[in-house]
Design a binder for this molecule. Sequence first.
Ligand SMILES: *Cc1c(COP(=O)(O)O)cnc(C)c1O
Length: 446
Amino acid sequence: MKDDFLELLAPALQRLQCGFSGLPEAQLQPPGMTEAAAVLAEAAERLRDNYPYYHPLYAGQMLKPPHPVARAAYALAMLLNPNNHALDGGRASSRMEVEAVRQIAEMFGWREFLGHLTSGGTLANLEALWVAGLTAPGKAVAASEQAHYTHSRISAVLKLPYTSIGTDERGRMDLKALETELASGTVGTVVATLGTTAGGAVDPLDGILSLRERYGFRVHVDAAYGGYFRLVSNLGEEAQRAFDRIGEADSIVVDPHKHGLQPYGCGCVLFRDPGVGRFYKHDSPCTYFTSNELHLGEISLECSRAGASAVALWATERLLPLVRGGAFARGLEQGREAALRLHERVAEEARFVSAPVPELDILVWAVRARTTGESSRRAQEVFDRAAAEGLHLALAQLPARYFPSAGWTDAGADTRVMCLRSVLMKPEHLAWADEIWQRVQRAVAF
Ligand SMILES: *Cc1c(COP(=O)(O)O)cnc(C)c1O
């Protein structure tokens, strides 16, 4: 594999070091440097025990390699290791965070907002639900049964009641079930997931917003996975309708470390009303403010945060702006095209049962069999055999009713089945779709 990382890093690092050349020479060699190379070699050996996440034949879980510019920018920032808690700890990287986050907010049509990076989607959702709970004390959080499990756990941490809403056959929140819950008057916040983690389902945000007019509640969009699909031009009609209205949410979470080409440790939370900043007020004696500018530490639950994450995101957005029709958007469209192409193949293959057309770039399908138990066993077999063919898929437990054409003799309303899952989130997956399919076919030939 050709890797541009070091080529990018070396000259930039030199340039950065020049910025500090006026200082007197200091002996900074930490102890143990001579043994470090050997330790690093050992680490490299240890790291071989992984799936090849960066390769197109890894088509399993949500793992997307960071862009070389993100890796290089992160490593560059490591010379200083800035802390974006307060401006004293990272002046430049804090400003880069503000700019990088603004670009994400503008992707959703927001010019006035409050937002910052977090260590990931979990923390970002925690902040969004924390604010939601403060604006509607004692009221429940409602999310679909396919929402990320983090929402029920976070609600427990925040001591907010939590209610799970049923889904339709495509894994999207059922609006009738939601309305029944709303009519009880106990719901304060509805979480709409735009891109569920298991199957990439897109909740009907347009319908949820219509219900908001009638019942009045806060809408939080969890687009940790799907947020960047706001930029693509090849969504289906219903998903498009949801993404068109994402800017009407009260808060949005998107994970640059999922689809935004970033190293892990990069989530983002955005609030439409900058006034929610009042909830973050604190009076810390050690957040020594030396400037009147906004400190991101004042609007974040996390204190120390990696300035390097902001630098990496800033560099990536600078190279690949978040615009429709741009190279970044095209990359997402390619993954989606790959999912659509493979979905067609699965639908034509008699040994498989296809789920409805994917809404994003996540494909799920089952193995045809008489019962759900047998289907689940065979899915595991296909998974193992594909791995032996060098193709890495994933497995997911889904309700059997998501596969209406399966004809399983034992499937009841609550039966779950193990199915195959492939997250086609790398642009290269499109060029590799035929190769992937050939290997899937070899894996099912038994
Ligand atoms: C991944 C994901 C999360 C959790 O985010 P982390 O970055 O893993 O903490 C929450 N919601 C959705 C929809 C996700 O896909």
